[in-house]
Write a protein that binds this ligand. Structure first.
Ligand code: ATP
Ligand code: MG
Length: 156
């Protein structure tokens, strides 16, 4: 399954991510690819908003993992950037990745050995405020997400 969306501002990205929550199964694994400043963390903030998380979701670069338990379901935010050159990636991330909530992962390529059945999102920077989001998954569990995205293309 594959869908592409053109989002023209950070707010559009926030709102889209927030609206996706309704269509995500538990557990869900969302991997985000895209250059520095593409909008991976903005997308994660939108998911958190959709889960009614009140805490501010900030980039977890210095923590690798941040957990939020004050929303509708547990929300795990991983930024694997610092694991690029790490030999020891066995730090227990598997438990939250395939856990009891929604897990979003920035820089997933650095830990791809431990990621399965994800919904992958690739973000391309078009201009200052424009991004092209490409959603892909081989897993049927995300089918509702794709049906929703397909419907949106007629209104955006
Ligand atoms: N359409 C858009 N969608 C998302 N972000 C946008 C958009 N237009 C502009 N932006 C801006 O781009 C920046 C994206 O920053 P963000 O921290 O989300 O990037 P990132 O991909 O997480 O980067 P990093 O790899 O450093 O973690 C924000 O300043 C945001 O306001
Ligand atoms: Mg980020």
């Amino acid at each position: 399954m594959e869908e592409t969306l053109h989002l023209k501002s950070a707010d559009e990205t926030l709102n889209l991510a927030s609206s996706l929550i309704k269509y995500l199964p538990i557990p869900s694994i969302i991997t985000l690819n895209g250059n520095l400043g593409a909008g991976k963390t903005i997308f994660a903030k939108g998911l958190a908003k959709g889960l009614n998380i009140k805490q501010d979701v900030t980039s977890p670069t210095f923590n690798i993992l941040k957990c939020y338990f004050d929303g509708n379901v547990p929300f795990y935010h991983i930024d694997a950037y610092r694991l690029e050159d790490s030999q020891n990636k066995d730090i227990g991330l598997e438990e939250v990745i395939d856990g009891n909530g929604i897990c979003v992962i920035e820089w997933p390529n650095y830990i791809k050995e431990i990621i399965f059945d994800d919904l992958n999102i690739d973000i391309q920077i078009i201009s200052l405020n424009e991004r092209v989001f490409t959603f892909k998954s081989e897993n049927k569990k995300y089918e509702q997400v794709f049906t929703y995205l397909e419907g949106l293309k007629n209104v955006l």
